[in-house]
Structure formats: structure tokens, C-alpha cells
Ligand binder design. Sequence first.
Ligand code: 5RP
Length: 232
Amino acid sequence: MNMDELKRQAAARALEHVRDGMKLGLGTGSTARHFVDLLGEKVRAGLNVVGVPTSEATRIQAEQCGVPLTTLDDVDRLDLTVDGADEIDAALNLIKGGGGALLREKIVATASDRMIVIADDTKWVDVLGRFPLPVEVIPFGLAATQRAMAAVFAQTGNSGHMVLRKGKDGHVFVTDGGHCIVDAHLGQITDAPLLAGLLTAIPGVVEHGLFIGLANLAVLAGAQGIRVIERR
Ligand code: 5RP
């Protein structure tokens, strides 16, 4: 079975948690894309839901699939967000932002009563950090922000190098919010909750890809089947 099929299986399992009338956060990335696709099939068959997309890419896909959309200005809380992740640990803390949508993803997940993270089982890790940690930053004062980030890494016992993300066209990658992303190659993150709080406190940092205590359930698809892990 190929990876894409596993991602679709995880998405299909998450869809079982969707009920008529729900307000949904719609994630971004190749796994979340399967969820939106399958959700669209249900909507066309009569399911009544409304979604808030976490990126322009997901907004366009959801519109094409016929999923009715709203915004967080028009609804106060969402029932459920379903999104992918780049890494998931046993506490269901996540690294997200590989697709560059981490800011909207975190706003939407935080506005949701529940978050289900869907992934193939290669995303499951003992310790977060093998995947470079995406940090969304304001272009102004970029070098100063990176120095502040380096100081926070040192303070928390983390080390590694930082890379300003480039797009496929070779130009600096720009997020839906008009910001840049610095990918921090840390290898293993020591005390992710502490690092998360300190990064948030840096003025030039808009948001970072550590999702601490946001996911309630992980649906992991692998060659041996689907594993569902609930946050304790
Ligand atoms: C986008 C994300 C994605 O959810 C994450 O990168 C996983 O993507 P994929 O499902 O394609 O592996 O955080 O910002």
C-alpha cells in the first residue's frame, strides 16, 4: 500500500467523527486534502456541515468540492478540526507547518472544541524535532528575530541551524499572511512546551509549529492497519 493510500485511510477514519450540523476546521497538506475530498463526497450526498479552511489552498479545494465555508468572524467556536502533522509524539504534541500554513492552522485548532490529527504512521516519533521546526516570522528585523530565536534555543538546551524557507521557484517563501518561515533544524527538541512559550514571546515571531495540547485524537495509518491514540 502506498503512502497516499494510508493518508486517505486516516482521513476516512476521521470522517467517522463528523456529524450533521458540525462546524469544522479544515486542515492543510496532502493528508488533510484527502479529508476535504471525502467530506465533499458526503456533502454532495446531503451532509450538512460548514467549514473554516486553514489556507487559501484548502479554501479553493473546499469550494471545488462543494463544502460550504464560513469564517471565524461569523462563528464563535468550531466543533472539530481535522488536520495533518509533520510529527506527533506520545503526548499528542505536534510539529506542524511543513506546508507553511501553521498560523491559520493554529488559530483554527485553538478555536475548535476538538482536534483530530491524521497521518501515516511515519509521523509518529519518540521525541519531536527530527522534522525542522517551522517558525513564522515578520520580514522586518529578520536577523534580530533569528538571534533571539538562537538565544531561546540555547536557553532551553536545544541547538541547530536555521534556514529561511524558499519556495519551489527559489524565492523566499511567503505565507498566506505575508510572512516568512524560518525552519529550525534542532534534531531533538528538549522540553517542547517550554520552547513553545519562549518562542511565542519573541516580538518578531508571529507563530511557531509546536502545537502543544491541541490535538485530542491521532489517527495513524500504517501497513498493519489504523491506530487511534487519544490524549490522556
Ligand atoms: C501544513 C501542515 C501539514 O499538516 C503538515 O505539513 C503535514 O502535511 P502532509 O499531510 O502533506 O504530510 O502543517 O502547514
